[in-house]
Unconditional design. Sequence first.
Length: 338
Amino acid sequence: MKKLRIGIIGIGGMGRRWTQVASEHPESEVVSVCHPKREKAEDFAKQYACEAVTTWNDILERRDIDAVIVATPHVYLTQVAKLALAAGKHVFSEKPGGTSSREIQKGVDLAQQKNLRYRVNFNLRLHPAIALAKKKCSEGAIGPLMFLKAIYGHGGREGYEKEWYCDANISGGGELHDQGSHLLDIANWFLGPFNNQATFLETAFMPIAPMEDNAFVLLKNSSGQIAQLHASWTLWKKTFRLEVYGKTGYFIVEGLGGQYGLEKLIQGEQNRDRGMPKEEVWEFPEETGKPDTALKNSWKEFLQGIREGRDFGPTARDAVAVLQLIEAGYSQQGRAKK
């Protein structure tokens, strides 16, 4: 099979990481990268011996490009994705896929009409500890699930409030929209769909009101299973923790690698004698200088979907479900989402 030819739209932090992943995979090659500043685009393109362009149309109009990675700020994600789909290209979009569930759904419909893959990449699912926990839960390893708890956050950086993440016209919202979207997708994956929701948005520290730097979400499904989520830009130590409790045991995921700490999965057995439960631990160390496993596995799934003409892993349909929960949360708090 010939290599798939890839265009990258957006070469910020995530765009650069995806360029490395796509260029290192034996079934894909990066042929063009896009950034509005020509000098920046050309400097980056030299690393991969590819074309540098300054508008996304320069990529979308190329008939020899099979798929695009869209890694722009949130407000442009859906717009570019729909244009790429209309041009007959498969789309791999950064999360959360856009700022409107209705607009993402239009892209889903277009992809279905054209038999194209449209993936919004909630890459937490592809972290090995989380993926293993989900597999074991599906196999009944801890019995019927009762509830889950998750926390995800960081402390920002000096001047963070001046970056696009904190401009609602560009980001679509605050921390609920940013890291909160990851947690909402994980909750949907394990326990969704949900029919009851309580969301509290707080501006605890950063000068960004009325945008939130903390989001607290409580979700309940029709079976009474509950997800308790906290996404925060005021955790002074980068933190990720997922706890899933079943009737015979539990799973705990700690860390995501890097500054979030060693990624590991803990499986514990129910102990009703109040003693220490029996636990088994799996650790997933990173490979120095290489993209993390979640990114590589995400790209592998996307390419497999293109080859086989069907979806693997998270898709834009999952992004619609996440955005609907975000929109409901903002509505509950009387904040119109941009």
